[in-house]
Design a protein. Structure first.
Length: 218
């Protein structure tokens, strides 16, 4: 299987991204990065299925909502991935809202796509941890500081894998595109009617600086 193409659009603005029809797109970022804002603004679109674990949570809430969420979170995850597997058997393009910080989840998604004879594309929304914390405040859904610090550390590991052309990740996905928050705000559309156009650039990650911020958030 061919290695993925990486496009680093941080610091750049493009009006739209275009993927092959029937593709699986994973939109990832730490909590508060702005994934939900981006996806709500650009979707729904005809022929595209948008999947978010929050959908499963809302559907199950009338039945399990009396219990603390930590007890039925695994049920939400199972329901979410069942919906994904069913969507991959259909004809629509599929967009999945993910953190990208759970390696097992990303592997599960890419493997499910491979079995459905689809390639996975990653759109990574990379933001400063302080921006992400502000985003959590704005939506009034704060993640525990220790948990958020873990998300930040795992996000840096993901970016490190993206920067390593020999990493197995590049055999699992077709393309990886990294954008920042201004780049996400500049997008007017994510389409699924052509080839994904990227603007290759060196993927440089300020791991040391981010690690300090992660420790401060803990």
């Amino acid at each position: 299987m061919a290695a993925s193409t990486v496009g680093d659009l941080r610091g750049h603005r493009v009006p739209e991204l275009n993927y092959p029809a029937g593709a699986l797109l994973v939109v990832a970022g730490v909590p508060g990065a702005g994934k939900t804002t981006l996806l709500k603004r650009l979707f729904p679109r005809p022929g595209v299925r948008l999947l978010d674990s929050e959908q499963a949570r809302l559907e199950l809430s009338p039945y399990l909502g009396a219990l603390p969420y930590k007890y039925w979170r695994p049920v939400v995850h199972v329901a979410h991935y069942v919906r994904l597997f069913r969507a991959l058997r259909g004809s629509e393009s599929v967009v999945v809202h993910e953190s990208g910080t759970r390696g097992w989840a990303l592997k599960l998604i890419t493997e499910a796509a491979r079995r459905a004879e689809r390639r996975t594309h990653l759109l990574l929304l990379d933001v400063d941890p302080r921006e992400a914390l502000a985003g959590q405040e704005a939506r009034k859904r704060k993640v525990r500081r220790a948990c958020f610090a873990t998300h930040v550390r795992k996000w840096e590991r993901l970016l490190g894998r993206v920067a390593d052309p020999g990493h197995a990740l590049h055999r699992d996905v077709a393309t990886v595109t990294i954008i920042d928050r201004p780049g996400a705000a500049a997008l007017s559309a994510i389409r699924f009617d052509g080839l994904h156009v990227v603007h290759p650039a060196p993927v440089a990650v300020a791991v040391a600086a981010r690690s300090v911020l992660a420790e401060q958030a803990a």
